[in-house]
Design a protein around this ligand. Sequence first.
Ligand code: 6PG
Length: 250
Amino acid sequence: MAKPQIQIFENLGALSREAARRFAEAAAEGASGNRDFSCALSGGSTPRRMFELLSDPEFRIPWERVQLFQVDERTVPPDAPASNYRMIREALLSKVPIPSANFHRIAAEKDDRDAAAREYAAELGRVLHPAPGEWPRLDLVFLGMGGDGHTASLFPQSRALAERKLWVCCNYSPRLGKYRLTLTYPVLNAAAQIIFLVSGDDKAETLRQVLEGPPAVYPAQGIKPANGRLSWFVDRQAARLLSQAARSDV
Ligand code: 6PG
C-alpha cells in the first residue's frame, strides 16, 4: 500500500468541498464505458456537508451511472433520527436525480441481522460482479473515525475486527451496547480509493495516535487498501497534534 496522503484543511467547509470534488472526479473516471461508478458512504455527522455539496450542478455528476452503497448502518428503522440512511437521504438523495435503484440501503432494521447482512453482501455482488473468489471492489469509500478510533462499525474489542470471510456482518459495540451492520475489512481494503473525513478538536489525540502512534491499536489503523489510494482529509482542529512531518496543508 502506498503511503497515506494527509491533507489538512482550514475548516470542515473546505474539507467537504474538496471531498465533493474528489467524488465528482472519481465519478467521471469510474462511469466510463459500460461500467457504473461505485461509492460507499459512511454515516455520522462529518460527511453531511459534503453530501449536501454534491447536489451542486457545477459537479456535473452522472447520477444515472452512480451506484451508492452504505458503509454501515444502525439497527434502527430507516426513518429513525439515528439512521445513517435518513441522513444520506436528507442531505443527498432527496436533492439529486439518482435513480432509486442506484442507492443500496442496508436493511439493518430487520430482526434477522445476519440475513440482512447476507442480503446486502448479495447486493454488492450483483452490482460489482467480483470474479469468483475475489472481493467486490468499490471505486471509492468515504470513512469517518470515532473518538475511540473506530471506523465504519468496526469498534475496538469487537468481533468484526477479525472477520476475514464475510463481506458484510452484524457487529456489537461494547461501548454503545448496540448492534450495527457493517462492511468488513476485506471489502473496505479492496477499494480502489478510500478517503477518511475527520473534523474537530475532539478527534485530535486519537488522530495523532492512529497516524503516528504504534500500529494495530485502533480499528481505523486496519484500513490499508491492498491496491488502492488512501487519503486522510482532516481539518486544522483535528490535525493540531500531528507532527510537522505528517502534515501537508492544502
Ligand atoms: C456511523 C459511522 C461511523 C462514523 C464515526 C465518526 O455509523 O456513525 O459510520 O463510523 O463515521 O463514528 O462519526 P462522526 O462523523 O459523527 O464524528
